[in-house]
Design a protein around this ligand. Structure first.
Ligand code: AMP
Ligand code: MG
Length: 347
């Protein structure tokens, strides 16, 4: 090979290497720009949304979609808060003989919630509110609710105390009865947000409302979304990492919110059938096709415990799965999972 040929080959090699470097740098630059992220404080928690976009042109579309997403989150907060007297929930909880007309979304969620009570054999029940109220009062007084106090509220619990009427009207029959959508509103809002993003033709996104998550498609690197399941026994550690797509994951438990009476912790989740705090389960994580189902089921599993809870999850078939940490007879935490759970641990 003469010197001229060597020079030509050298130049060609430089051009190819240069092109590879340019392509990689440019490719990374595009990749970094692929994730659109937004965050808001709503429904009493931090909500993070990631949407993967392919071109810069999609930026304007994703921003329009996100404005609708936040609108629905704040609308749900406004109409479903139990703390605001003027919310739909506030109006129902203080209504007299006259039925109350509520927003279509409120009506839809209350109707859904009553169906979840049937599905979970009464373990999930939005009419648990009078018991929740009693437990908050007991915490303030520093005295556990007595059996007599609990018995006095028994008739006020149950969907039988409410009628869902035409024209989105809801009638309360018992003045002691009240509803609390706190165990399901987040999941419902996540699904509504997912519906909006899908409606704008986005496929790959994640909506995370304080750890309750829905993931669609793939993450912005083309892999399944990775979601950590928190270990209620060790703060900041993970029990597992799930590799998931097109499902929701929610966790309920007593590790963050609880009543404290006389130095002892009691779960904020109440068994609607007895009025007692559901203290056996430390945490219940549910994977389900929608966030509203996962949210209702994870709360219900804290009441049902692992034997009944896992039987319920298995009976639903499909993509439903659960993992729970429960105290055994000696008070030691024990982990158990439904049969399908393992498949979500695979990459
Ligand atoms: P979550 O964190 O989704 O499990 O929701 C717990 C909240 O739901 C509690 O703070 C109560 O406001 C309410 N709640 C408590 N027990 C129940 C129950 N058995 N069914 C429905 N809602 C409940
Ligand atoms: Mg819940």
């Amino acid at each position: 090979m003469n010197d001229t040929n060597k020079q030509i080959i050298g130049i060609c090699v430089l051009i190819v290497v240069g092109m590879i470097l340019w392509f990689r740098l440019d490719f990374n630059a595009v990749k970094a720009d692929q994730k659109h992220h937004e965050m808001r404080m709503v429904l009493g928690t931090v909500v993070n949304v990631d949407v993967c976009i392919e071109t810069v042109d999609e930026k304007a579309i994703v921003m329009a979609a996100m404005s609708s997403v936040w609108k629905v989150f704040f609308e749900i907060e406004r109409s479903m808060s139990k703390y605001k007297q003027t919310s739909d929930v506030g109006l129902i909880n203080h209504s007299d003989i006259e039925p109350v007309e509520v927003a279509p979304m409120t009506y839809e969620l209350i109707e859904k919630s009553f169906k979840f009570s049937e599905l979970t054999m009464g373990a999930f029940d939005i009419s648990v509110m009078p018991y929740v109220h009693l437990w908050s009062e007991s915490q303030e007084k520093g005295v556990l609710p007595s059996d007599q106090d609990l018995r006095a509220l028994k008739d006020a619990i149950g969907s039988i105390n409410f009628s869902l009427l035409a024209a989105k009207k809801i009638k309360r029959h018992n003045k002691q009865s009240q509803i609390d959508l706190g165990a399901i509103a987040k999941g419902f809002a996540i699904d509504k947000a997912a519906g909006i993003l899908s409606g704008f033709n986005f496929v790959d996104f994640m909506i995370d409302a304080g750890g309750d998550v829905y993931v669609s498609g793939r993450n912005c690197n083309g892999k399944k979304w990775r979601i950590g399941v928190r270990d209620p026994r060790k703060k900041e550690s993970l029990l597992d990492v799930l590799h998931i797509s097109d499902v929701a994951v929610t966790t309920s438990g007593d590790y963050e919110r609880y009543f404290e009476i006389d130095g002892k912790r009691y779960s904020h989740i109440i068994d609607p059938r007895t009025g007692k705090s559901a203290n056996k389960v430390l945490s219940a994580t549910v994977i389900a096709p929608t966030a509203v189902e996962a949210d209702a089921l994870s709360t219900a599993l804290c009441v049902l415990g692992s034997v009944e809870g896992e039987a319920l999850i298995e009976s639903l078939g499909g993509d439903y799965a659960s993992v729970m940490i429960e105290k055994n007879e000696k008070g030691k935490p024990v982990e158990s999972a439904s049969k399908k759970y393992k498949k979500y641990l695979k990459k």
